[in-house]
Design a protein around this ligand. Structure first.
Ligand SMILES: Cc1ncc(COP(=O)(O)O)c(C=O)c1O
Length: 468
């Protein structure tokens, strides 16, 4: 299946026209070559989150215009249209040509599935109903309506032990971590234990907040708490529901040991609950904070559930720390944008947030299943680790492979993937990849994995490296 790379704005309406316009441009520019078969209307409709009728209408329009041909039994194909030069006569830019055909990089959810209509309705409701005063400086810790909704949501979905009082609204987990570490490190740098490997995005962030990172290894049960005990750290950052990037879950025993460690050292656990909404084989494990609200700071955001661009998140902390963070926001930036906070509160209150999550769970689960299945068939020597959850999948390559060379070879084949070596701090591990599947529609997964398997095969250790 070709990568259609269709950009449609569902909020703008006229979807069939938009799809037709995008396909027309792709055919004219030569990006979709003559003879290429387009996805079945049902598949494309599912990927775009629209009805099949909309796609059928777009296809019919282009058949009528001569861009596509449709034949019984052989589907819809690109007609023999001569590509036109771009308006200024120049060739397509190198940047356009270098875009990966299959993007399996991590960290971003399926932005095409953002619930635009529901968000728009929530914003419209806020703008219609909120009094003028609501547009003034809000509580720097977050508007009370959102904190109340979040507290209810986190109690219900994450088994958190929290009320609106201990909650602070922040601009994502990133800002929450920065503020919490900053508060802990007020008197000078602190040792902060981190999982090894862990998200590269937090390296500089933590250090700039005053943390000296102390890497602690991760195994199949999550963070090695015995190793943590041997460090000088009294604070640790963990991703217990779905370790990033290995995908393992902190085992029940380790959860108990971690809380016991925090009690013993009079310390604190920073729980990065970045993608816990998405678990596909069972209900997600409740958050650690629910076990020990005195010892755990829970951090979460809508970056994986809605969109990272919203920059909306929360933290639940013991009251004194929550107050310190709230005070820091009052001093530094006076809080998060209030209209978006009210909109999120309404989205949760009216049930649209839960509905969106249910829909995305189904969609991501299908994508993950398709990816795991294709990997098992085409790359049987690679080992998939971790639980079925989140929006990325961790695989270990057969021993001896050069991880960076595989990433390069995949890129040359149009598949963007990320290696795990850059996320390892002090404990070496096997060559591995972390594959983000949120944005890859099911109909493209087989082809992406075929190319990835070819890239891995081209770097067979011990054998001659195959030229691409
Ligand atoms: C494991 C992990 N934690 C936290 C973050 C930051 O998230 P946010 O957008 O909520 O600041 C990321 C971002 O990709 C992440 O991968």
């Amino acid at each position: 299946m070709p990568d259609l790379q269709l950009r449609v704005d569902r909020a703008a309406g006229g979807l069939a026209d938009q799809i037709a316009a995008e396909l027309r441009t792709a055919v004219r520019s030569g990006r979709l070559a003559a003879g290429v078969r387009l996805p079945a209307s049902r598949d494309l409709a599912r990927d775009l989150g629209t009805s099949r009728g909309v796609v059928v209408e777009a296809y019919q329009q282009l058949v009528a215009e001569g861009f596509l041909v449709s034949r019984q039994g052989s589907g819809t194909r690109v007609a023999a249209v001569r590509p036109a030069a771009s308006p200024d006569g120049a060739a397509p830019s190198p940047i356009a040509r270098r875009r990966p055909v299959h993007d399996l990089t991590v960290g971003t959810p399926d932005l095409a599935s953002f619930p635009r209509r529901a968000w728009l309705a929530a914003v419209r409701q806020v703008m219609t109903e909120a009094p003028h005063e609501a547009l003034g400086y809000g509580d720097p810790g977050g508007v009370p309506e959102l904190r109340a909704e979040l507290a209810g949501y986190l109690r219900r979905v994450r088994a958190a032990d929290v009320t609106a009082r201990e909650l602070v609204v922040v601009n994502g987990v990133a800002q929450g971590l920065h503020l919490v570490v900053g508060a802990l490190a007020r008197a000078g740098p602190i040792h902060l234990a981190v999982e090894d490997p862990h998200s590269v995005r937090t390296y500089e962030l933590l250090e700039s907040a005053g943390a000296v990172r102390v890497p602690v290894p991760v195994d199949d049960d999550g963070l090695d708490v015995a190793a943590l005990r041997r460090t000088p750290a009294r604070a640790v950052m963990v991703t217990p529901a779905h370790q990033y990037p290995t995908g393992v879950v902190l085992s029940p025993r380790r959860r108990a040991e971690l809380i016991a460690w925090a009690e013993a050292v009079d310390g604190l656990v920073l729980e990065d609950d970045y993608d816990a909404e998405f678990r596909y084989d069972r209900n997600p494990v409740g958050c650690l904070q629910g076990l020990s609200p005195r010892r755990v700071v829970l951090l979460g955001s809508v970056s994986k559930s809605l969109a990272p661009g919203l920059r909306l998140g929360w933290l639940a902390a013991p009251p004194a720390l929550a107050e310190a963070v709230r005070h820091a926001r009052a001093v530094r930036d006076l809080g998060s944008p209030v209209i978006d906070q009210h909109a999120l509160a309404r989205l949760i209150a009216c049930g649209a947030y839960d509905r969106h999550l249910r829909q995305m769970r189904r969609r991501y689960r299908a994508r993950r299943d398709a990816l795991a299945d294709a990997l098992a068939r085409r790359l049987p020597a690679a080992v998939t680790r971790g639980v079925p959850a989140g929006i990325q999948l961790y695989i270990e390559l057969p021993p001896g492979h050069d991880e960076a060379a595989v990433v390069e070879a995949a890129a040359r084949r149009g598949v963007a993937v990320e290696g795990v070596a850059p996320l390892r701090v002090a404990h070496p591990g096997p060559p591995a990849l972390v594959l983000g599947f949120a944005r890859l529609p099911e109909h493209r997964i087989e082809e992406a994995v075929r190319l990835l398997a070819d890239a891995v095969g081209s770097q067979e250790p011990g054998g001659a490296v195959r030229r691409d």
